[in-house]
Design a binder for this molecule. Structure first.
Ligand code: FAD
Length: 581
């Protein structure tokens, strides 16, 4: 009847391995009917995006359970943390990308017979290179457009139905409607952007060497401006400085003194999402390196040869520049803006999900990574239930112990809250409540009624920021959601579930909980700053070696790992390549 028993699978698999694939073909024919029936029964799942969130989801999903279609305009995954290294040739572009077909078909390619036998991970899933330009949340359809080929009506458009939709389309650059940014600035979001910057840096040096330019023109060509003092802007500035100091000054000795690198930041400090000590160290190091860090300046206009900025104290100034890189913020993709309009979230910045990453107000839609944020309003909405649950003796007030229990529970449900509490070093929750009450309460005797708890939670809620838009968050969300989908069938088959899931919870799974493993800021000159869990800060050469080890280990495949390490070695031995290809 076509249903293969584990034993017949074992025989076929071993035979396939022994015969180099001839029997495997017979085996796949043998399995076909069963597979087709299964596909017909499987729920249709569409995954949009092949970035950090989408790839982590696909790597962890059991494909045998769903009929999966992956749609993304990029047929590869990019290891974005190394994009700044690509801009200066420290790492080659191909070393940090991995074809998505290899990632989703990896188990099949490597261990075909083994996985057919054990986990059915060898199942096919479809990938289509296209953009999703509209999501019909009511009709459960995604409308897509491919740029690489047209269909019979000449448009390249097609429609895909879904039962489950996983949106992982990330974010796009945000110019804040600043005039001239789109036309004259480079961005650093995609591998192609990094390639363009690399060519442009060398072009600036070649232009500045032309015989017919005067000194002012040479200086203008060698003025590199980075708008935005976040991790990307700072890392690029550090890379560029090293490239100039270690490689380009040897090749362009006549113009080496004319080079200027400026970082323009609207806030008071650079690297504001890092510990203050790291921000201060970075600013001092950049000053020593001759990188001009201008804090408190906002860029208001960019023309083809000058950049205009405003500062509260000095007013408006314009400066000539040779190359500008805009890394001042991320914005929402049009397809997400459209979904937000459809479901009444138009006043939000990105799609809002609940703690199980389900898009609020939709059926069967999940959103992960930079295009989504977890709702914090639930804390306030649930307040009566929280209070009733915690007030065990029905006294109408909560004791310190009960308040602590509430916060522990909330930290599990709302990862942002935990991050906030950690960032404030609040080991004792009672301190926090005392803060909210104006600090005039004795710790031991403190009690709160429901209105006071509301005030305390509102105070905390107003302080709590969304989870950061990082690869770390995106990858953890992708992995978590895949695990939920993998166990969904089990839950449907055993609705009463294990005891811990039978409670009155609103969902069958634990809510998503973010684990922060720390963050790095490479600062150039073989020095990096590391902020690790437990409020541990490390700055200097040792942290740079930690950075090398972590980033090598985080590579998505052994191929990219080997390529990245060999690029680092090549750079140590021969320096960076300065040809403009
Ligand atoms: P992305 O990784 O951007 O992936 C989005 C995917 O969706 C892409 O495949 C894209 O092609 C696809 N897509 C876009 N539009 C559509 C559409 N309409 N239809 C279908 N598919 C679509 N984070 C860290 O944690 N550490 C770092 O050191 C770090 N360094 C960074 C350095 C740089 C230069 C940059 C740009 C980012 C860095 N980040 C870092 C942030 C990190 O890259 C992002 O947070 C992460 O990429 C978010 O993952 P994502 O899957 O949500 O989006």
């Amino acid at each position: 009847d076509g249903a293969a028993s584990p034993f017949s699978r074992l025989v076929l698999a071993l035979a396939a391995a022994a015969s180099g694939g001839i029997v495997a073909y017979a085996g796949s024919k043998f399995d076909n009917t069963a597979e087709q029936t299964q596909v017909a029964q499987k729920k249709k799942m569409v995954v949009l995006g092949t970035g950090w969130a989408g790839t982590a989801f696909l790597k962890n999903l059991d494909y045998s359970l769903y009929d999966v279609k992956v749609i993304s305009p990029r047929n590869y995954f990019t290891f974005t943390p190394l994009l700044p290294s690509v801009t200066c040739g420290t790492v080659e572009p191909r070393s940090i990308v991995e074809p998505i077909r290899k990632i989703i078909g990896k188990n099949k390619l490597l261990f075909n017979w083994f996985f057919i036998l054990l986990s059915q991970k060898g199942e096919e899933i479809d990938y289509w290179e296209a953009d999703c330009y509209k999501i019909n949340t009511v009709g459960k359809k995604v409308l897509c457009r491919s740029k690489i080929g047209t269909n019979l009506d000449g448009t390249g458009e097609f429609v895909v139905d879904y039962d489950y939709l996983v949106i992982a389309v990330g974010a796009q650059v945000n110019t804040f409607n600043t005039p001239g940014v789109m036309e004259h600035c480079h961005f650093l979001k995609e591998i192609e952007d990094a390639r363009r910057i690399r060519r442009s840096v060398i072009d600036c040096f070649e232009k500045a060497s032309l015989p017919y330019l005067d000194e002012e023109e040479r200086k203008k060509n060698l003025h590199f401006v980075i708008v935005g003092g976040g991790p990307t802007g700072v890392e690029f500035a550090a890379e560029l400085h090293d490239f100039v100091a270690e490689d380009l000054t040897k090749l362009y000795p006549a113009i080496q003194d004319l080079v200027k690198i400026s970082v323009i930041q609207s806030g008071e400090h650079i690297l504001t999402m890092f510990d203050q000590r790291i921000a201060e160290f970075a600013e001092a190091k950049f000053q020593r390196d001759g990188i001009d860090v201008r804090t408190g300046y906002r860029v208001v206009k960019i023309s083809d040869n000058s950049i205009t900025m405003k500062c509260k104290s000095t007013g408006e100034t314009s400066e000539p520049y040779g190359m500008a890189v805009w890394s001042a913020g991320v914005g929402t993709r049009p397809v997400i803006v459209d979904v937000m309009k459809q479901i009444g979230q138009e006043n939000r910045r990105v799609l809002t999900t609940d703690e199980w990453l389900r898009v609020c107000g939709c059926d069967g839609i999940y959103a992960i990574g930079d295009c989504a944020t977890i709702s914090q309003r639930k804390v306030m909405e649930d307040i009566s239930a929280i209070f009733k649950f915690a007030d065990k003796d029905n006294s109408g007030t909560l004791t310190v112990k009960e308040i602590q229990d509430i916060f522990e529970d909330l930290c599990i449900r709302y990862p942002q809250l935990e991050l906030y509490l950690k960032s404030k070093h609040m080991s004792d929750i009672a301190d926090l409540i005392r803060d909210a009450k104006g600090g005039d309460v004795e710790k031991g005797s403190m009690q709160l009624d429901i209105d006071e708890l509301k005030i305390a939670l509102a105070h905390v809620d107003s302080q709590v920021k969304s989870l950061p838009a990082t690869a770390q968050v995106a990858a953890q969300q992708g992995q978590y959601l895949a695990q939920c989908f993998n166990s969904m069938r089990d839950c449907e088959e055993h609705p009463t579930g294990p005891l811990r899931l039978r409670d009155s919870g609103r969902h069958r799974f634990r809510p998503f909980q973010y684990k922060h493993f720390g963050q790095f800021a490479p600062l150039g000159g073989e020095q990096a700053a590391a902020e690790l869990p437990g409020d541990w800060i490390s700055i200097g050469h040792g942290s740079q070696w930690l950075w090398y080890s972590v980033y090598a280990s985080k590579q998505v495949s052994w191929r990219t790992r080997v390529l990245v390490i060999s690029d680092w070695l090549r750079r140590f031995i021969f320096g960076r390549d300065t040809s403009c290809i």
